[in-house]
Design a protein around this ligand. Structure first.
Ligand SMILES: *Cc1c(COP(=O)(O)O)cnc(C)c1O
Length: 376
């Protein structure tokens, strides 16, 4: 059987997308490539709900998206408020510091979210040029209520630029860039979009682009949106060579997703999450997050299950899950259920997990878990 890659990115890539990836490489200035790129950019807009946003597709991982988001909107010495629900929120703190920005962070305990009232009072105390929200923090599996936070920011501090890290959310969770008034959003190819790692997709609002234009200096060359904008408007132009084959794969996957329908794709993620959670919690696993995301689950082990043994025995059976991060390491594991993964595949994974529990000497009621999966 094919290995089941159930980590929170990279996620399994379908045969269709893999075969698009392996098509012959053509010139990046060729009409045929330009039209594939343009199509991928149009679909990127739809994905983010950003008909008014300016889209970018750039070679690099999700972290490049994070860095481009901040470098293009913050001058050295300006103030950034970071909402951190885990490891990837904290990464914005590091990037901000690297860029010489003043960073204040509101950090929630693992599995919790920063209360709206403390975000509001922090914004009232002090002027922040930008705020970052990690839509789904992949370390804790926590979903942030971006819409509510954005509405509050518009009311309390309308000048503050809103940056959303969508890397583990976009495609699996609805995002309304225009409607929610987001200024910068980005994702990576290897999570809910089910494409190999290697691309970051972004959208900037008009206001964010104006901010970049007002900056005398930007601390990046490759990541400067002003160098990329002419290329995204007309992909025949050259700034730096695009990842031609990766764009084939992305366009293919976005076509599959759009054809399936975005609402149906979100619903599929919600349903898969509910099934996996119903099953594993019946046999003693515990969900870490109080605001769980549809794209992944972080489960605490029941007594008697040792992390490394569980994951390695599972890997032998062809199911790959990820270790937990930071203070959860050794106590929990992370399971992605996003992208092209199917319910049938998740059911296979569940059976293997239950077998591993039994091999490790922990009694589990297999029938009950399987029923919970099927009924959820
Ligand atoms: C995976 C992830 C990133 C980092 O993406 P890379 O492709 O590993 O650089 C950033 N933010 C979130 C929320 C992620 O899940």
């Amino acid at each position: 059987m094919k290995e089941l890659l159930l980590i929170p990115g990279p996620t399994p890539v379908s045969e269709e997308v893999l075969s698009a990836l392996s098509k012959e490489t053509i010139a990046h200035t060729d009409d045929r490539f330009a039209s594939i790129m343009t199509s991928a950019l149009d679909k990127t807009r739809k994905l983010f709900g950003a008909e008014k946003g300016f889209p970018f597709i750039i070679a690099g991982s999700g972290t490049l998206g994070m860095e481009m988001a901040l470098t293009n909107i913050l001058n050295e010495g300006e103030n950034l408020l970071v909402l951190s629900h885990g490891f990837f929120g904290d990464r914005f703190v590091d990037i901000g510091k690297t860029l010489g920005v003043n960073v204040e962070v509101l950090k929630a305990p693992a599995g919790e979210t920063v209360p709206l009232t403390s975000i509001e009072s922090t914004l009232r105390k002090h002027h922040f040029h930008a705020i970052t929200i990690t839509h789904v923090d992949t370390s804790t599996g926590t979903l942030a209520d971006v819409e509510t936070i954005a509405n509050m920011v518009h009311e309390v501090s309308p000048e503050t630029i809103i940056v959303v890290d969508g890397v583990c959310a976009t495609g699996g969770v609805e995002q309304k860039f225009d409607k929610w008034g987001i200024d910068v959003i980005f994702t990576g190819s290897q999570k809910a979009l089910a494409v190999p790692p290697g691309l970051t997709l972004l959208a900037f609002s008009e206001r964010a682009i104006e901010k970049r234009k007002s900056m005398a200096k930007v601390r990046t060359y490759y990541g400067d949106i002003l160098r990329w904008m002419p290329v995204m408007e007309d992909p025949h132009k050259y700034f730096a060579t695009p990842a031609v084959n990766m764009v084939y794969a992305l366009e293919k996957s976005l076509s599959i997703i759009t054809e399936f329908g975005l609402p149906a794709y979100y619903e599929k993620h919600t349903r898969m999450a509910a099934k996996v959670r119903a099953a594993l919690t019946t046999v003693g696993f515990e969900l870490v997050s109080k605001h769980p995301a549809p794209t992944l689950s972080v489960f605490k082990y029941p007594d008697g299950i040792e992390d490394a043994a569980f994951r390695s025995k599972l890997a032998v059976k062809g199911v790959i899950v990820a270790s937990a991060l930071a203070e959860l390491q050794g106590k929990a594991f992370r399971m992605g259920h996003m992208g092209s993964v199917t319910e049938d595949e998740l059911l296979v994974a569940l059976k293997r997990m239950l077998e591993v529990c039994q091999e490790l000497g922990v009694k589990v009621d297999k029938g009950q878990a399987l029923n919970a999966f099927l009924e959820a």
